[in-house]
Ligand binder design. Sequence first.
Ligand code: 5GP
Length: 123
Amino acid sequence: MPINPRDPYDPNNIFAKILRGEIPCDKVYEDEWTLAFHDINPQAPLHLLVVPKGAYVSWDDFSEKASSEEIAGLIRAVGQVARENGLVDPGYRVLANIGQHGHQEVPHLHIHLFGGRQFGTMI
Ligand code: 5GP
């Protein structure tokens, strides 16, 4: 069920549980601001998720309320994860789903990285 990005943060969402170590993930990267891991249902040969450690429902929530350090941390982590996983050449796709029209399902901001195949035109 797509979420409303203006809903209050639900601390029991699946990525909050992963961040607290209550359920496992296949981790590829972690730093002060972010955690990155493989998507459980990959849509490409390589499908990674990068999530901020702070409690943000969506890109909308994050861009409005996160500190400059948190925002820089997430953006830098996305680039770092892409480089470390060989995505830069031949290229990859970054995507964030937001709210109902974006079909966001997990109400904790996450950035998708897709790689390992040709993606064609935008949507
Ligand atoms: P959304 O539609 O919210 O942008 O995408 C949510 C993503 O989270 C989906 O691609 C889905 O496969 C992934 N996902 C959902 N539950 C889990 C989980 O427990 N572990 C991992 N690693 N990924 C999950």
